[in-house]
Write a protein that binds this ligand. Structure first.
Ligand code: DAK
Length: 260
């Protein structure tokens, strides 16, 4: 049996998933996509997991893209399966009922940037380089890159990255809104885990409400989106955590959320 290309560890409600193919800069082959899909499905269902952090091993790359060697040998039928698998994984991450943070520790290229964009937040090392270089291979982004980049960073940035295919540095990615934070490479893990810990102690149902309102409501027109937000808002009045949060504020104490 070969070792899984995805490592998993838990600490205080945070599940850290690490793509572990450092000799191939963590490129996404089918086995890795399948392992990630299973890992995110499990994290989504586990009530003890409040936040997921995704990263790559080896210090040089988050993920340098889909596995070009494997793609090169695919038939059209296999290419379709590869595409469906990747799309399903990206959507699974995006619709995870808890926050997912991409800890971008190096190259995030092609499918790697698409993976990072499917996460809800992105923290990048100042040494990271991000891009959609598919045109250089005669391809276009195929795991939702054109669509998620457009929604994150707008049309000008999306056309620039996808047409030119050249990677950008972390500082420019921050300017474009493509990443949320840039930190010195040496502090990446500690800063990301601080952010994860903050989310892990927040009210899970409220976080889920935000994810639903932004990711589903955000795809509707403004009227439907506002109605959706109202419905999510009202639903939280049925939660014990909402009473706890407001009681704790009034009593000037720290809330203890129970995911109920
Ligand atoms: N795939 C496979 N192997 C890769 C790889 C990749 N994407 N990126 C790097 N590697 C491998 C290299 O081949 C090398 O392996 P060995 O030769 O040692 O066996 C090892 O990782 C180290 O890489 P380098 O020697 O190249 O390292 P350097 O520091 O010199 O360069 C680099 C680092 C990141 C600049 C360079 O490796 C590079 O340009 N990598 C490719 C980046 C890239 O073009 N990424 C986009 C891939 S295309 C689809 C959906 C989605 C997609 C496709 C189809 N469908 C819907 C069907 C997505 C496409 C992509 O992501």
């Amino acid at each position: 049996m070969t070792a899984s290309p995805v490592l998993s560890r838990d600490a205080d409600g945070v599940r850290v998933l690490t793509i572990d193919r450092p000799d191939k800069l963590n490129a996404l082959n089918r086995q890795t996509l399948e392992a990630l899909d299973a890992a995110f499905a499990a994290a989504g269902e586990d009530p003890d997991v409040r936040v997921v952090v995704l990263t790559g091993s080896g210090g040089k790359a988050f993920v340098a893209g889909a596995d070009i060697a494997e793609m090169n040998a695919l038939t059209a039928i296999e290419g379709r399966e590869f595409s469906l698998l990747g799309q399903r994984l990206m959507r699974r991450i995006e619709r995870l009922p808890k926050p997912a943070i991409a800890m971008v520790n190096g190259y995030a290229l092609g499918g790697g940037l698409e993976l990072a964009m499917a996460c809800h937040l992105r923290v990048a090392a100042d040494s990271a380089r991000l891009g959609q270089p598919e045109v250089n291979l005669g391809l276009i982004p195929g795991f939702g890159g054109t669509q998620r980049l457009l929604r994150l960073a707008g049309r000008a940035a999306t056309l620039e990255l996808c047409l030119l295919g050249a990677p950008i540095d972390a500082a420019r990615a921050l300017q474009l809104g493509l990443v949320n934070r840039v930190v010195p490479a040496a502090d990446l893990e500690s800063e990301t885990m601080k952010l994860a810990a903050q989310l892990a102690s927040a009210a899970p149902l409220a976080l889920r409400g935000v994810l639903d309102a932004v990711l589903l409501g955000g795809e509707c027109g403004i009227e439907e989106g506002l109605q959706f937000e109202t419905a999510q808002f009202a639903l939280l009045f049925a939660s014990e955590d909402m009473r706890e949060g407001t009681d704790a504020f009034l009593a000037k104490r720290k809330p203890q959320f129970q995911n109920r």
